[in-house]
Design a binder for this molecule. Structure first.
Ligand code: SAH
Length: 505
């Protein structure tokens, strides 16, 4: 059976600018062939076991030629695979998508193209520059800047470019900027024509600079703008002063370290990204369910003995319900129980299972929950507390003081991980991290084990933000000076606070 190859535009980098059709194809793909300009986060849409081929430039590796890429696509297609060829921006705008399609047709391999948001238009948009404007530009041209403008039989008609389209958009041109400017001026473009360069457009590390044909080469050199960047020439560039928006978002320009477990990091990462910041995921813990279910199973089998069920984390809720379902029960099995939760995230997780929590303390700590429960408990109560292996002993102690019987059983464990230590080590030493977030005591502890000595050696330390009092207390104990802790221990409040703390710069 023969496969199918889809040439899919990955968009300019911002994850949200990917198409729904592209996502659908990635979800079905058996193999993905991608390069440097495609946002790697998009690969998270792929199913387990997908075959990934990186064909972009790597400093220490031979880069595949276009012929080799064509051959790879044909080979994968012939193997009967559903293949996605993921290309930055739009596949048919300087993406060599046309050539790849021709090759596929020649080998009789079914194919399709999924257009993407091209950097040529979206890059300027994210810098606050519309490529057309009623008063300033009624046409634009997208031009390759890669071609040597000095070469004799240039395919670029400089004379008509310099006098024709109102807005000129050069891709792949940074290395040739000087020559591009020279050619345009030589063919009649006024020296005071505004020019902008936008590097890594639509990404958290976007940088835009502007000038005129007269001084842009100098500006770019001074600011150190390198590839990939878009060169934009024309009056519309002046609109950036009023229409600049992307760089105005509160966390723009800030790199924030997220130390939560990979499985839990997404909400924090997403809020940081939406506020314009760059989230760097450095999971310091991994969460997994217990391997021995004996205690929990016994409790589930005799749930009618209990009057209360309490949860101090969303993880505990998730694993408890998973086990309940595995054993063939559903939410009705809990009908006779009252339920206490430590805070909002746990409450929401419980609500997603169809249960409204009976008790949630004002402050989101285990002690506060225990104190709140103490008002309602007597020695005729029996509590089931499925908890993390390292859950706070104090919670159990406070509960025990009420005279109630407590069965606190481990339902999940957190183990330290330290993937990517070297990268974070380098970022820290090069002063590239603006803030580090801790969302539990174990994230602090494991970060400290992995990078505590590097941290201590830093002259200027990134901002330290802790989600709540318990985490902050542990961080303080380990020698970290806390810069921020929200009043309410939630991810949303943490990010809101960071916007204020970091946004004022
Ligand atoms: N098919 C792509 C363009 C590929 S050519 C598209 O439609 O966007 C590669 C060039 O595109 C780079 O040299 C650079 O000029 C530009 N480019 C692509 N993505 C970019 C980005 N995020 N920021 C700045 N320039 C980008």
């Amino acid at each position: 059976m023969i496969g199918k190859v889809a040439l899919v535009g990955a968009g300019p980098g911002d994850y949200g600018l990917f198409t729904l059709r592209g996502k659908e194809l990635l979800q079905e793909a058996d193999a993905v062939v991608y390069d440097r300009l495609a946002n790697p986060r998009l690969l998270e849409f792929c199913k387990d076991g997908v075959e990934l081929h990186y064909v972009g430039k790597m400093p220490d590796r031979h880069t595949l030629t276009q012929d080799e890429i064509n051959a790879l696509l044909v080979k994968l297609g012939k193997e009967g695979k559903k293949v996605v060829r993921l290309k930055g921006g739009d596949p048919f705008v300087f993406g060599r998508g046309g050539e790849e399609a021709e090759e596929l047709i020649q080998h009789g391999i079914p194919w399709e193209v999924v257009p993407g948001v091209t950097s040529a238009i979206s890059g300027p948009a994210y810098a606050g520059i519309p490529v057309t404007h009623r008063e300033l530009a009624s046409s634009f041209a997208v031009i390759t800047g890669h071609e040597e403008p000095g070469k004799e039989a240039s395919a670029i008609n400089w004379a008509s470019l310099a006098t024709g389209p109102d807005t000129l958009i050069f891709l792949m041109g940074v290395g040739n900027l000087g020559l591009i400017v020279e050619k345009l001026v030589e063919h009649g473009k006024p020296l005071d024509t505004p020019v902008a360069l936008i590097q890594w457009a639509t990404r958290p590390n976007q940088r835009a600079v502007s000038g005129t044909l007269k001084d842009i080469v100098e500006v770019v050199e001074r600011e150190g703008i390198t590839s990939p960047a878009i060169i934009l020439v024309g009056k519309v560039v002046s609109l950036r002063d009023t229409l600049k928006w992307f760089e105005n978002r509160p966390l723009f320009g800030n790199k924030i370290l997220v130390t939560r477990a990979r499985s839990q990091a997404s909400d924090l990462t997403e809020l940081i990204t939406k506020a314009g910041g760059e989230a760097i995921e450095f999971p310091t813990i991994e969460v997994s369910p217990v391997s021995d279910w004996k205690e929990i199973d016994q409790a589930i089998n005799k749930l009618d003995l209990y009057t209360w069920l309490i949860f101090t984390s969303a993880n505990a809720v998730e694993y408890f319900f998973e086990r309940l379902y595995t054993k063939g029960y559903d939410v009705r099995h809990l009908a006779g129980l009252k339920v206490g939760v430590v805070g909002r995230a746990t409450r929401d997780s419980l609500l997603s299972k169809g249960i409204i929590a009976d008790v949630m303390p004002e402050f989101y700590t285990g002690e506060a929950l225990a104190k709140e429960l103490a008002k309602k408990l007597s020695n005729s109560d029996r509590i089931l507390f499925p908890r993390s292996e390292i859950a706070d002993k104090l919670t159990v102690k406070f509960l025990a003081e009420t005279g109630a019987i407590i069965d606190d059983y481990t339902i999940y464990t957190t183990t330290p991980v330290a993937e990517g230590v070297d990268e974070v080590d380098t970022l820290l030493k090069n002063d590239k991290i603006d803030c580090i977030t801790f969302t539990s005591s174990s994230t602090v502890e494991n970060f400290h084990t992995a990078l505590g000595s590097v941290w201590n050696s830093l002259d200027e330390k990134p901002l330290v933000a802790c989600i709540g009092p318990k985490t902050a207390a542990r961080a303080t104990e380990l020698g970290y000076a806390i810069d921020y802790m929200p009043n309410e221990a939630t991810i949303a409040a943490l990010v809101e606070g960071l916007k204020e703390k970091l946004g004022g710069e």
